[in-house]
Write a protein that binds this ligand. Structure first.
Ligand SMILES: [Zn+2]
Length: 228
């Protein structure tokens, strides 16, 4: 194995998987999906199907217990509703705190777990799909360039200089991520981003709005939205 891809089944990580599969070949790529106690399993179901589509090895990891004390609105045990606003609206008037859908240190935990699994499988790279829109306004501080630089250094040193982080979208917007994916024929119709677990995306949560805007900026309708 060459590369481990942190893989949620959403737009960004599926684009990462497309990049890694294109670069190394499916046989050299391990996709890792993490269950962290989210309210629904739609994205993990999508992840499984997309991994099959690409023909990559897929592993799932359950880290829900680590977030048992969190009141993050994405989590099953939370009393908070998932906001039906854009990230800009959610961040307006706050003191720079993360949004309610920020899962405490999620990317830090995922990357650390991924590093252990990557080393055990002989991988040289960990791919993950953080992009600049998510870091804007400190909405998700564990998507920022500074965070990525620090984690990259930690992973490289802690692995005995064997493992590197590739975060190809850290300086890009979500619209630019989608543009890259369109080039690579990423199967966006199979992806799931919505924070709600309905039969189809809700269209009003922060991630649904972001995703629709990213496709619109590329002049196409979100291929996961089907009319019925
Ligand atoms: Zn939604």
């Amino acid at each position: 194995m060459k590369a481990l891809v942190l893989f949620s089944g959403g737009v960004d990580s599926t684009t990462c998987l497309g990049i890694a599969a294109d670069k190394f070949g499916a046989d050299e790529v391990l996709a890792l999906s993490v269950y962290y106690g989210q309210k629904h399993s739609r994205e993990l179901d999508a992840a499984k199907k997309i991994a099959q589509y690409y023909g990559v090895k897929h592993r799932s990891l359950d880290l829900a217990l680590i977030f048992a004390d969190s009141d993050c609105s994405l989590l099953k045990g939370s009393s908070e509703d998932i906001p039906e606003e854009s990230y800009a609206e959610q961040l307006a008037g706050t003191d720079g705190s993360p949004v309610s859908t920020y899962v405490p240190f999620r990317n830090g935990l995922f990357i650390a777990s991924a590093a252990s699994i990557a080393l055990s499988n002989g991988c040289e790279y960990i791919y993950y799909g953080a992009h600049s829109d998510d870091a804007a306004g400190n909405a998700y501080p564990d998507c920022s360039k500074d965070f990525n630089d620090a984690m990259s250094k930690a992973v490289f040193l802690g692995s005995g200089n064997k493992l590197r982080i590739e975060a190809p979208f850290v300086g890009l917007t979500k619209a630019q991520v989608v543009a890259k994916g369109i080039e690579l024929n990423v199967p966006y119709s199979m992806t799931w981003s919505c924070y709600e677990g309905g039969s189809k995306p809700c269209g009003v949560c922060g991630t649904c709005r972001d995703r629709a805007a990213a496709f619109a900026a590329n002049g196409i309708k979100d291929p996961a939205i089907t009319e019925d």
